[in-house]
Design a protein around this ligand. Structure first.
Ligand code: C2E
Ligand code: MG
Ligand code: MG
Ligand code: MG
Length: 274
């Protein structure tokens, strides 16, 4: 009997694995054509300056509504795109679209705002990345100070020397850099000073806890004070409640982003808010 159930468990596990692999390979096939099929679109999440409570920037987030699979979460397709190298053409498309749209907004007379674009390490290390970036800025005519690239913390730490060179080039072009999901990686505060970045985005996992957990609150407070000492702007990610906002305001946090103010919204909805 024990043997039977063991065997069943094995079969069950195996068929799960099989369908997971099937989904993955089918997703990859579809993702390959997603740009040409017009299945990708950008949404924008406002970033709000806490003193005046006004929108000063947005983060661009990629959405994939597949003809075959419907909505697929970025948490699923971004890692897949990274694994398969598809993130290179997709990331380039996102960057182009984001710069194009921001330039349009400027021309249409909206108050100037920074647009933040997530950049994967695979893109960053691609030999054409800097050239592509330069070309996109040139072709869209967007002033580089209205673009910000979001790089995740762990990525930067992995190969510090190599990444530093690229980040310095990006800053040299006048483009801003923010450190995304801060606090989830190696979190060595001492290296921050060496990085050519403008902004820290404190990860949502800390913000989730600041209302209830004294030590999370102290950590966030510490990050903010330190960041200010080395002249970095601090943004809190994933702010969902007024209580969190008030705590962050008391700590002199510069900016917030999160459902409390707005979920990521379409270009048209974002324009209505501005
Ligand atoms: P991220 O860059 O840290 O983006 C923030 C994520 O948190 C977004 O999820 C956003 O919708 C979500 N979020 C913002 N405020 C709140 C809140 O108050 N509550 C909750 N529960 N969630 C909030 P999303 O859009 O699903 O993106 C997930 C991740 O996928 C992003 O994390 C980013 O790492 C990646 N990603 C998205 N678009 C792109 C892209 O164009 N390129 C690359 N390389 N990565 C992307
Ligand atoms: Mg981000
Ligand atoms: Mg983040
Ligand atoms: Mg994230």
């Amino acid at each position: 009997k024990a043997k039977d159930s063991g065997k069943n468990r094995y079969l069950f596990y195996d068929s799960n694995m099989h369908s997971e692999l099937m989904r993955k390979s089918e997703l990859e096939k579809r993702l390959r054509k997603a740009i040409d099929n017009g299945e990708l679109k950008l949404v924008f999440q406002p970033q709000v300056e806490l003193n005046e409570e006004k929108i000063v920037a947005s983060e661009v987030l990629l959405r994939w509504i597949s003809d075959e699979f419907g909505f697929v979460s970025p948490e699923e397709f971004i890692p897949l795109a990274e694994e398969t190298g598809l993130i290179i053409p997709i990331g380039k498309w996102v960057l182009e679209q984001a710069c194009l749209i921001n330039k349009q907004w400027m021309d249409e007379g909206y108050a100037p705002k920074i647009v933040g674009v997530n950049v994967s390490v695979i893109q960053l290390k691609d030999e054409n990345f800097l050239e592509n970036l330069r070309e996109i800025l040139h072709e869209t005519n967007l002033q580089p100070e209205y673009l910000e690239l979001e790089i995740t913390e762990s990525v930067v730490m992995e190969e510090l020397d190599e990444t530093l060179k690229i980040l310095n080039e990006i800053r040299f072009m006048g483009v801003n850099i923010s450190l995304d999901d801060f606090g989830t990686g190696y979190s060595s505060l001492s290296y921050l000073k060496e990085l050519p970045i403008n902004k820290l985005k404190i990860d949502k996992s800390f913000i989730d806890k600041i209302q209830h957990d004294e030590s999370s609150k102290e950590i966030v407070d510490g990050i903010i004070q330190l960041a200010h000492k080395i002249e970095l702007t601090v943004l809190a990610e994933g702010v969902e409640t007024k209580e969190q906002l008030d705590i962050l305001k008391n700590m002199n946090c510069d900016k917030i982003q999160g459902y409390y103010f707005s979920k990521p919204i379409s270009k048209e909805e974002f324009e209505k808010m501005c």
